[in-house]
Design a protein. Sequence first.
Length: 400
Amino acid sequence: MPASIPISVHEKKWLIKIIQEVYGIQVVDAYSCQKLSEELVRKAKISISYNTLRRLFGIIKGPTNASRFTLDSLCKGMGYTDFTAFQQAVSQFEKDFFNEMLILNRLGNRKDDQIILGIVQQFQMKTWDEVYQFKSIIDLCLEVKNFDLLTQIFELPFDTNSEDVTWRLYVSFQSIYVQSCQNNKAVIDYIAQLLKTNELAQRILLQLFVEEDCLQGYYGKWLLATSEDLVEDMPVFRNLMLCQRAFELQDISGAKRHLVLSKKAFQNGMHPNLKGRIAAWDYILESTSETAHQFFEGLQDFSSKLSFLVFFYRLLEVYQQDLSVFEFIERFEVDDLLINFSFPEKHNLNKMYLLKARYFIQKGNKVEARSAMSQINLLYIYSCDKVWVNKQVAIIEAGC
């Protein structure tokens, strides 16, 4: 007996739709399946029993999968080469419909917010095709200033516990970051309001698109507007960033106050990025190195140590501290078998090697500095860090 293959509910809906167009039959009951079986024989010389059709379309209980032969035969009866050709045609039609709908929205000829929202609700964020479709919708909302639809999109329940989904959301929302960096006041003000009540905006726009160069600009405004009761580590993250903002304003007492609040809210199990930030500010503000040693020695896995090192040493470098005081980065060994090779991990590795080179230059060891630089692939750099990275490369090349 031929093995059955899965067919999605979505594909079945399209089969039913095209059967109605080709044969004028609505597949809704046993009689319509009998009629379709007869018409397939009469018009296409294709034989599929009405019982097979009843099972395929869920008229009777039981498995709804069908054999490849059955699906190929049914699709041939509707004018396709086989089932694969049918799937491709449906996919292309939906892409064409999607693109035309976005064009009409841009021209102001049609405003199908609920249709667009329905499309987004189906996204699982498991394929890059979905990601770029989603990004095109976000871009459209920004272009035509459709903040009502954008708010409804931000309220959808995406799985932000999944690192893959979170990274793809980062890609999808990148135009909001770009527009904010370009000082688009309408976008900046809209996000500032959204951050008061929206968890997704806090997780993606605030915690992933960290723009430290704009702490005195739009990003600082966002921090001040953000609530602390939606994301578990937001009290820690927000106070650490406000600590940095206050320090830049030479408000040392304010910086220390925010550092105390962040440490008070910190809990075991929170991200090592936060540990790196706390340890750095403890050293910068209080000349305390114990926190750094305690946090780093307590980390077990490769990725956690890497994240800590990058955030800790980077803050020390930005605020002109002596990196060579802490030897963590010299003792840290990179094992290729432990790297997950995601873009974020490659990005962190690049920054770690840059900081390691700076560390060895400060120690007067140019050989080790050049060795660290030889490990870097500058293709893997976040947009938020581009200016800082270019500065480090220039300093290191001059020092070597």
